[in-house]
Design a protein around this ligand. Structure first.
Ligand SMILES: [Zn+2]
Length: 300
């Protein structure tokens, strides 16, 4: 595409990724361990994800013939293995997402290193997955985290908001690709009920309007639309219908590359990509055929 702000493969105008953070009870166990010992209510709210939400999402993705990215904490793999296995066997990308969803702001560098080793060991031994990507729990990232990810062989991170196209985060061992996120495209602040919080539960119709407006504007800006949903939040019936409607709306635009975080990262890493408005240099025009952490049939 001539004059594009960011050069996507095969002359596409923008990229779109559906991503799901399969936390289950893990974040609650880490943040409120005392309450987690007694509050069946909070635990069950989160168990809706593995019990109902994941399979609803998998059925939707199958019907839409879309491949998505799931970021899964080690704890979820160990305690909801069958749901994780179904995600893997359906051919979706699996990325790392902490062990017990440890918010990195609570960890020093040594603790973070240990948590990193533990989560990679669980993904490898239980699911046979070596993740290309990482998403930090609660999008909480320390200044040393990119170096740690690079040392552990990650291709990309997807937790930062510094751009709306993929970009490089410098580390001592060369750049780490960032596949950026943003709060506007996260289901939790819109749909989760939290006592004392100022947000009310949003009408799915309003969210459809918000997300489709953001998509249309990002498409015009050659952006990378990364939606982040949680099975225990977006697995609710009317929110699955919302995702269905959103994809239908996005498919009416021409030139959208529906893909995964990993494929976006591989594309970005395959050549220099100016993300600051400068004209793009020449680069390969075909999408890489790379994937890991996923089996099964190819999806669009
Ligand atoms: Zn999470």
């Amino acid at each position: 595409m001539t004059g594009a702000r960011y050069p996507w493969p095969d002359g596409k105008t923008s990229a779109a990724v559906l991503s799901f953070d399969f936390d289950a009870e893990s974040g609650f166990l880490f943040r409120e361990p005392d309450k987690a010992r007694r509050s069946l209510g909070d635990l069950e709210e989160r168990r809706f994800g593995p019990r109902v939400g994941v399979d609803r999402i998998l059925r939707l993705l199958d019907r839409l013939e879309l491949r998505a990215t799931f970021f899964i904490p080690g704890w979820t793999v160990e305690h909801h293995f069958e749901a994780c296995r179904r995600i893997r066997d359906a051919g979706h990308e699996i990325g790392a997402h902490g062990n017990i969803h440890e918010a990195l702001g609570f960890l020093d560098e040594e603790q973070e290193e240990r948590v990193m080793r533990d989560q990679l060991e669980i993904l490898a031994s239980r699911l046979g997955v070596r993740p290309a990507g990482y998403r930090s729990p609660s999008w909480d990232v320390n200044v040393w985290t990119p170096d740690l990810l690079k040392r552990h062989g990650f291709l990309y991170d997807s937790s930062l908001m510094g751009n709306d196209v993929p970009y490089d985060v410098p580390t001592g061992q060369g750049p780490l690709t960032e596949v950026p996120v943003q709060w506007l495209l996260d289901d939790a602040p819109l749909f989760r009920h939290v006592y004392g919080a100022t947000n009310a539960i949003a009408d799915p119709g309003r969210v459809l309007q918000m997300w489709s407006k953001e998509f249309a504007a990002m498409h015009a800006e050659n952006g990378c639309f990364v939606l982040t949903c949680h099975p225990f939040v977006s697995g609710r019936a009317s929110r699955i219908a919302l995702l269905d409607d959103l994809v239908a709306c996005m498919r009416r635009a021409r030139g959208v590359w529906f893909t995964t975080c990993e494929e976006v990262a591989r594309w970005h890493a395959s050549g220099p990509a100016p993300a600051d408005g400068r004209p793009a240099p020449a680069r390969p025009t075909r999408a890489p055929a790379a994937r890991s952490g996923a089996r099964g049939r190819r999806r669009r």
